[in-house]
Structure formats: C-alpha cells, structure tokens
Design a protein around this ligand. Structure first.
Ligand SMILES: C[S@@+](CC[C@H](N)C(=O)[O-])C[C@H]1O[C@@H](n2cnc3c(N)ncnc32)[C@H](O)[C@@H]1O
Length: 281
C-alpha cells in the first residue's frame, strides 16, 4: 500500500531542530511547505524533496460526511481498494465505492477482487470520457470524492459534459485529477500538440535522446510523450473554463510532482471543488 506516515508535519512539530533543514530542502520548490504535500527526503545519499503520494492525498480529501468515492477510468480499481484499506472497514460502512471503467476486463477484475471482501460496498460501471454518464452516482446529500489517475491521459479530447454533470448535482463534490497534463499550461507546447507538429516533436526527441537537461526540457519531453501516444490535450482548458464560469474552484495544484513510473509522463495533481449549491438539494 502506498500510504506512508499519516501526518508527516507532526515530526517537524515535535522536532523543531530539524525545521530549518526542511525549509532549505523544500526551498528549492516553488511550493508552500505549509501545504503538507512535499516533505524532505533522502535520495541517493542526498537531501531531496519527496511528496506524500496520491493515495495519502486522496485520503485527506475524505470528509466526515463523505458517502461516495468514485474513480473514473479506474482499471481494476486498485486505487479505490487502497482507499478502502486506508479508511478501514468501520469508516467504510457509510461509504459507497464506485469504479467507473471503460473496459469490461477492468470492471470484472475489480468485481472479482471486491468479492474477496465481504464488506466493501463496491460497484463497477461502464464509463467513457467521450460520452460521460454519471447516472450510476446516486442522488443524496453526502459529500462525493471523485478522482482520476492517469486515465484522462488516455483520451485526446474528453467531453466537458463530465464537468457539467457534476456541476448540476446538488451535493458537495470534490474532484481530484492526478494526470500528466502540466505541459498543457505552456501555450507553445499546446499549439504544437494541436497542430500535430511532427517536426517540432522530432526535434524534442532528438535532444531528449541525447540527455539534454537544460531549460524547460522536462515539459517538452512530457509533451512529446503525450504527442507520441495521442494523449489528452484538453483537461486544463476545461478546468479553466469552469473556473471562469465560477462553477468550480481550484483548491490546490501540484504540477509535475512525481514521475517514478515514467520520467517523461509525470503526474500532476489538480484538486477542484464544485461550487454547486450544497443546501438546495
Ligand atoms: C493507465 S490506466 C490507469 C488505471 C487506474 N486509474 C490506475 O491508476 O490504476 C488507464 C485507464 O484508462 C481507461 N480508459 C481508456 N480509455 C478510456 C475512456 N475513453 N473512458 C474512460 N476510461 C478510459 C483504461 O481502460 C484504463 O483503465
């Protein structure tokens, strides 16, 4: 399980002598150390920033009134099962877990795994980002935590209907994306992707293959990976549009925080709160 220590900042509260070291190590990041997302670590014999990890972050988004947790593009729902283990069986008595997945194999693997536990309230549903249908999510008053993890990435253009359907619900909704899309905030890279500029991405690959580490190569290489596989190009634009319409608020963003699985496909985290009228329903 990818859980780790539940409150890493407590260590620095009880050991103030180490606080200066923490500030120096995290000082290399633009991030606010008080956000409790990054913490000092040791990598290869040197101090370096680490992060609390996606599952621990999602666990922190669960509220006392959370009644539904939904993963979109959930595969075999390993993230949901980790949240279930992290929250525990007693807390999970009042939580429904929903795995919304495109493939039948993903849905049946998840159902088979869930059947090993006699207690989890788990359902698997067909879901497609191109034609999103959230009707599996019941009406109700409880808070809903929806998240995605490297599944939006798979679809070049997702439908903004997803956001419209969530905005139309009359219950508190948190949406957390953990997706490799930070490069989309660079207008030049986005233009190159939208133009399918093979010459530009050939140049990026040429430099990457020779190990260039200068400037904004990290963003360029991530855009190249996304171009190579026809990955998502419109998630950040949708978030921006719904922010402009004042339907959502961006609570926190941690661009490119981890790339251990694939250095050229780094995860970014966008924590969004829907501003729907929680009291009307
Ligand atoms: C890299 S896997 C990640 C799975 C899971 N989120 C995880 O972290 O283990 C990508 C997932 O996206 C799903 N996917 C691909 N196309 C999709 C689509 N059009 N709509 C919804 N999910 C899709 C795949 O079936 C797969 O489960």
């Amino acid at each position: 399980m990818e859980i780790g220590r539940s409150n890493r900042s407590r260590f620095y509260e009880t050991h103030p002598d180490v606080g200066a070291l923490r500030r120096r190590v995290l000082g290399r990041l633009a991030a606010d150390p008080n956000r409790h997302f990054y913490f000092p670590n040791v990598v290869g014999g040197r101090y370096a920033p680490g992060n609390i990890g996606a599952i621990r972050y999602l666990l922190k988004c669960v509220r006392d009134d959370t009644s539904d947790i939904v993963e979109l593009g959930s595969g075999w729902s390993s993230n949901l099962f980790q949240l279930y283990v992290g929250l525990g069986r007693t807390r999970s008595e009042t939580i429904h877990y929903h795995g919304a997945e495109f493939t039948k194999s993903g849905r049946s693997a998840a159902l088979a795994l869930a059947a090993h536990d006699a207690h989890i309230r788990y359902g698997a549903y067909h879901f497609d980002y191109r034609k999103p249908d959230l009707s599996f999510l019941p009406e109700g008053k409880g808070h809903v935590l929806v998240f995605t993890r490297h599944s939006v990435e798979q679809v070049d253009l997702i439908s903004d209907e997803l956001y419209s359907q969530l905005a139309a619900r009359r219950r508190p909704i948190t949406l957390v994306h953990i997706e490799p899309v930070a490069w989309q905030s660079d207008p030049k890279l986005l233009r190159k992707r939208l133009k399918d500029d093979a010459w530009f991405f050939g140049w990026v690959k040429f430099r990457m293959a020779r190990g260039f580490l200068t400037g904004r190569n990290q963003l360029h290489n991530a855009a190249w990976w996304s171009w190579r596989l026809g990955y998502n190009v419109n998630l950040l634009a949708i978030i921006d549009r719904f922010r402009e319409k004042k339907l959502v608020e961006l609570v926190a963003a941690f661009p490119d925080f981890d790339a251990q699985a694939n250095i050229v496909n780094p995860s970014s985290l966008y924590h969004i709160q829907f501003l729907n009228d929680e009291t009307a329903g």
